[in-house]
Design a protein around this ligand. Sequence first.
Ligand code: NAD
Length: 417
Amino acid sequence: MQVGMLKGSIRLALKELKRWMAPEKAKTEITTFPSSAEIVSEPLGVVLIISAWNYPFLLSLDPVVGAIAAGNALILKPSEIAPASSSLLAKLVGEYMDSSSIRVVEGAVAETSALLEQKWDKIFYTGNGRVARIVMAAAAKHLTPVVLELGGKSPVVVDSGINLQVATRRIIMGKWGCNNGQACISPDYIVTTKDYAPKLVDSLRCELENFFGKKPMESKDLSRIVNSNHFARLSNMLDDDKVAGKIVHGGERDKSNLRIAPTILLDVPRDSLIMSEEIFGPLLPILTVDKIEDSFDIINSGTKPLAAYVFTNNKKLREQFVTMVSAGGVVVNDTTLHLAVSSLPFGGVQESGMGSYHGKFSFDAFSHKKAVLYRSFAGDAALRYPPYTQGKLRLMKALMSGSIIGIIRALLGFPKA
Ligand code: NAD
């Protein structure tokens, strides 16, 4: 999947690069007449790309496509949490790419900290908000711009009156089909009405069994948890007293094999551990509300998520969701698929990140947009030069305000209207 998506990005960049690079014509003003203008994309210079472990190839090389397309040299720092992928990336990049413009530096906190002390022309970081603050503080020392691709608690609102089986299957694919919940845009929690929750839980149970069998701990289609730290973090969420008795499906854990079954919790309190941080694993809490519109307050009372999903046939609810819920991206009647649309920017807002990439947005993320104004020696108006007579000042004011009548009056020497 990662390689397929990456190939798609590369193909798109190769096909579109000429168009992306072409200077973009811009409109000019009467104040600069005669002139023409364009926006010229230029490389930023040398950029640093720090990536995360959960999709180690895609998250490392997808920004690299944009950085190279835009003409930059770069250092890539893959995540040490996926060490085999990190060393393979270092080997393959060393073997197949031009080492004068791209290098891989492997390592963990010490190596990344040393890289962050250097002056870069841009830092592109994928990972969590805590480290993002370290990255941004380091970048600030050199006034280096950053793109921060972070995460958050991505909600799913499930309305009644929908095709529940299709909705359930799409939620399951977004949650457990993507790295067993270890994905930045994986559904983090569901909000539905008290009346609809039992139906939704039944449907989730039924489809989970269809997909992963009666023994999900043995399913080859579910990933394990990446390491023992993350296993312990997820276990703590399940062991929290505040969610005691709330598990309505799953809950099995196998510490030695780092496996956790798809687990659904119903009616968890908002102050429980599982609702206080991004889950990033196979646990799915469901919150219930009296009216589906109440879900907006729950979502908007938290930090802005990377993605937000709504399943509904109600046009008004859909419109309200799109206008009232602030998130990096929104999908109506599906989950996670916006990631695959290269004409949409992929990125967060506030706590879920800043800046975006994918498709042309990747090229733009690694380019400086240079404003260029072209003039000739013709049309050198005496107006802009001293001495500034009353007539010149009136004409200048009229030009700046864009009033055609004012300009004509000033040119004809009529007194102020
Ligand atoms: P991680 O542990 O792999 O860390 C990411 C990078 O930060 C690594 O390269 C690591 O070496 C570096 N790092 C860690 N500690 C550091 C420190 N003290 N100083 C400098 N660098 C340091 O990944 P993670 O943070 O566990 O990733 C999970 C988070 O990333 C989740 O919040 C997830 O939602 C988010 N994420 C976002 C996207 C996206 O595209 N928006 C994609 C994947 C993951």
